[in-house]
Design a protein. Structure first.
Length: 352
């Protein structure tokens, strides 16, 4: 080796030993930086997005950037908006461990637990400081309460950066639920058609056709925030009742894997999950009283119009109301723990 070769070898060794990838000049534009977190092409990097709390405690959002070694689309996977919904949170931990950025085209952004404060306090539906449902306050407000600030941060830092988005949910800590997905339609036929293909590639059926609000300033939901920016997106549900079960995790991982193949972000044949069943009409029925809910049927069962689904008593056992099926259909989820609160859901029924 002459001196020049030795020098080149030494520089290459130092770069590799230092964990620095030998990025091509065209790769430099592909460095992904979100907040303090920076991922070079071929790297997976994790950290926290900071949310200033104003009059509330500050919040942190744990995220990962899996930046592929090759260019491609940006897919955002969002979990923990409802922080007692555990299989989606576990699924993203597995994605981070298993998805090799060297074999990835494009970037996967993982929001591991959007509502970390609720996760730490083990709270269903709500954030424990402002008692708002994070998935009802999008696109958020930087001057608002803590849920609105978290929503704003996710909108600005994640949703504006992605090309596609999946919002991962399951039955909350009180909800017995069959797996299903929402095809969320936002009023733009092209985006809606692309979202439909994406949710079908995910393979968790049945699929509920859902009309989302067509207002970019009041998108309400995570998926609709992306959709109103022209980005295909959907919401999926796998798991229930605060249980972390492997079957629900695997169902989500299978869907994520297939969407990555469908978007040509990883190698492999796209699986055909068959023709999906679509639910055209659905209704969430809410309790009219505070009290105790007694279900009379289980998730997944079919009910006739007018059939009693459950009833609410006061805290002493006196019956306050009976809840009947509004139409013939399937129980998509039903509350399976005692508390009933006025205005909160007790059951969702879907008609095919
Ligand atoms: Zn949820």
């Amino acid at each position: 080796m002459d001196r020049k070769t030795v020098l080149i070898c030494l520089v290459a060794f130092l770069l590799i030993a230092g964990g620095v990838s030998l990025a091509q000049p065209e790769q430099e534009g592909r460095v992904v930086t979100i907040g303090e977190i920076k991922a070079l092409p071929g790297q997976t990097v994790s950290g926290f997005l900071e949310v200033e709390g104003g009059t509330y405690p500050d919040a942190q959002i744990p995220i990962s950037i899996i930046n592929g070694s090759q260019p491609g689309p940006v897919l955002a996977l969002n979990a923990g908006v409802h922080a007692y919904e555990y299989p989606p949170i576990e699924a993203l931990i597995r994605v981070r461990a298993q998805l090799d950025p060297q074999k990835l085209k494009g970037t996967v952004l993982l929001v591991h637990i959007a509502n970390l404060q609720a996760f730490q306090k083990r709270i269903i539906y709500y954030n424990p400081y402002d008692w708002l449902n994070l998935n009802r306050v999008f696109p958020g407000d930087p001057e608002g309460s803590i849920s609105q600030r978290i929503a704003h941060t996710i909108t600005q830092e994640i949703i504006t950066r992605c090309d596609y988005l999946i919002d991962l949910h399951c039955g909350d800590g009180n909800e017995a639920l069959i797996p299903y997905s929402y095809w969320s339609k936002g009023g733009n036929p092209e985006v809606d058609a692309a979202s439909k293909k994406l949710v079908e590639a995910f393979g968790i059926y049945p699929i509920i056709e859902s009309q989302r609000p067509q207002d970019a300033k009041a998108t309400v939901y995570v998926d609709n925030t992306a959709i109103q920016m022209g980005k295909p997106a959907f919401t999926t549900e796998s798991g229930q009742l605060g249980i972390l079960d492997e079957e629900s995790v695997q169902r989500l991982l299978r869907g994520i894997d297939n969407v990555l193949k469908y978007l040509h972000m990883i190698e492999g044949e796209v699986k055909d999950f068959g023709r999906p069943a679509y639910i055209k009409k659905y209704e969430v029925i809410r309790s009219n009283h505070d009290g105790i809910f007694y279900p009379l049927i289980k998730r997944g069962y079919y009910v006739h119009k007018g059939q009693p689904i459950g009833y609410v008593t006061d805290y002493f056992g006196n019956k306050l109301e009976t809840i009947f099926a509004p139409f013939t259909g399937q129980i998509l989820y039903i509350i399976a723990t005692p508390p009933a609160n006025k205005g909160e859901p007790v059951v969702e029924v879907g008609e095919y």
